[in-house]
Write a protein that binds this ligand. Structure first.
Ligand SMILES: O=C(O)c1ccccc1N[C@@H]1O[C@H](COP(=O)(O)O)[C@@H](O)[C@H]1O
Length: 210
């Protein structure tokens, strides 16, 4: 089965257009000013208007400790499909379809989907700075979590690169990969994406040779 790919932290029109052209499944629009991939709502709106991606490309808004009003306003302005909220103590998506972000490796016995039910779960590494640091989570733990959460779509994030994506898929069996750093060349200043990295990640997701 094909594994989906989300390219997270898109900041340039050419990168968003490449995601459309290459058949990426989802893009993350980072709306946190603390991230080097962060866009203001005005910038994010301009980016989406410049490319006008088809609705088949899922739009995920990424937030860190946002207010409910901030999330609702962005979801409406950018026509977001899902919201990904990191850092808040209790995350329920503020009434919108949301990703349940699981950071680190909590005890599996306590790994229960919150209410209301999330659209999917995202297993990410617990890193200082909330995310996007290119650090892998524990894949053995993640593989067990995927099995335990059967019935819920579970994606894997954290330190996925073209070099390790196939191995991550084989070990963890996620429904999708969510990649920020691994879609960029070293030194990318503001989330500039590398087309070759996206091509290679898609090949791993679709089970194709490089
Ligand atoms: O990308 C960011 O800068 C970011 C900032 C704050 C919260 C989440 C962020 N990104 C998410 O983190 C995962 C893992 O990133 P990476 O591939 O290890 O760099 C990424 O997929 C985003 O969903």
């Amino acid at each position: 089965m094909a594994v989906k790919l989300k390219v997270c932290g898109v900041t340039r029109a050419e990168d968003l257009a490449a995601c459309v052209e290459l058949g990426v499944d989802a893009v993350g629009i980072n709306l946190w000013s603390g991230s080097r991939r962060g866009l203001s709502l005005t910038e994010a709106g301009a980016l989406l208007r410049a490319v006008d991606p088809p609705r088949s490309l899922e739009r995920v808004g990424v937030f860190v400790e946002p207010s409910a009003e901030e999330v609702r306003r962005a979801a409406e302005t950018l026509a977001l499909d899902l919201v990904q909220i990191v850092g808040a103590e209790e995350v329920t998506g503020y009434g919108l379809p949301y990703l349940w972000v699981v950071r680190g490796t909590p005890a599996l016995a306590e790994l229960l989907p919150p209410t209301p039910r999330p659209a999917r779960a995202l297993l990410d590494a617990a890193v200082p700075g909330y995310g996007g640091a290119g650090q892998t989570t524990d894949w053995a733990w993640a593989a067990t979590a995927v099995q335990q959460l059967a019935g819920l779509e579970v994606w894997l994030a954290g330190g996925i690169t073209p070099a390790n994506a196939a191995e991550a898929i084989a070990q963890v069996r996620p429904a999708g990969l969510d990649v920020a750093s691994g879609t960029e060349l070293p030194g990318a200043r503001r989330g500039e994406k590398d087309r070759a990295a996206i091509v290679a990640l898609l090949a791993a997701c679709r089970g194709l040779p490089d």
